[in-house]
Design a protein around this ligand. Sequence first.
Ligand SMILES: *Cc1c(COP(=O)(O)O)cnc(C)c1O
Length: 368
Amino acid sequence: MRGLRLEIDLDKIGDNARELVRRTSQRHISVTAVTKAFLGCPEIARVICSAGVVSLGDSRIENLERMRSARIEAPLLLLRSPMPSQIDRIVRADAMSVNTEIDVLSALASAARSSGRVHDVLIMVELGDLREGVMPDQLHDTVRHVLGLSALRFRGVGANLACRNGIEPSEENMAELSAMVASVETTFGIAVEIVSGGNSANLDWALSSSDPGRINNLRIGESVLLGREPLHRRPIEGLHPDAFTLVGEVIESKRKPTKPWGRTGQNSFGETPRTDDRGVIWQTILAIGRQDTDTADLAAPEGVEILAASSDHLIAETADRMSCGDEIRFEPGYSALLRSMTSPFVTQHCVGSGTLQIGAPRRACTLG
Ligand SMILES: *Cc1c(COP(=O)(O)O)cnc(C)c1O
């Protein structure tokens, strides 16, 4: 396999998922694996399912449908409040959805009723990061609305932190969520089955808290895929940080000065780069660009330094001249991973059997 590609090590992803399931289960917390960074690719989803997660979550209905049509049977969760234009698809996908809006809940109920189904919902509550969620004082009214709609089944509550403002999950805000759950239970005389406390940013809290309270589920994407926690982007001990590798190809390598010459205006992205004069270097160009990935979120190997990137050219300094066709392997961060999984120009190449069997033959599956 050659050319611009994302190598995906299924064994490492499987190990990461299994290890996170093991650690969180000791706190009686289940894992919903989040599939959006890999667009619901069925090969990856299957490996993660066999690691013991309770469900798969994605923010996009297209990805959930992709997994359903690949005959993935795991329970599915739509992680983003439904688009009104997609209500029918969401009810048909046989997925639970997260919700925050009364009108959307009513529309889900009528779509479910007319197709003879019952649609499961989680209600998201705001805990301070100011992304999605009903304000805490609106939770009871929202739950009451759901309980009044027979085509909806109230399954529990959820919260999301860190994604917008970097607000950290803490003993305080998680205890606040637990208290809200208890109050819903006493007010309505029901048991709240699922309490989904957050995303990968909750792992530090979940694994170190003296009492996780009522939180019994987390929705984990980045930590399964990249083996690190997202609040400080620290590697999680015992997990693989390198399950994904972006491999690019050299198309030019020349001795060039570091200082451009001529009059300076804006570059193709509206930036006016300032370049120090560091003398003459080996300037190597790879056929990778901003159309393929987030070039600012790639970690280069030893001896390679990324200097700049335009739509289609990644400019690096290399220790020596490289030959055209030589390959350089980069480690993508979350943003680079999202973008390269979504680019039609990047081939996805799975390696590994997806099982822990040592010495098993490594199967290659080309998806792109
Ligand atoms: C993306 C997303 C997640 C997963 O986030 P990670 O940081 O990748 O673990 C969890 N919950 C919701 C609502 C999301 O949108």
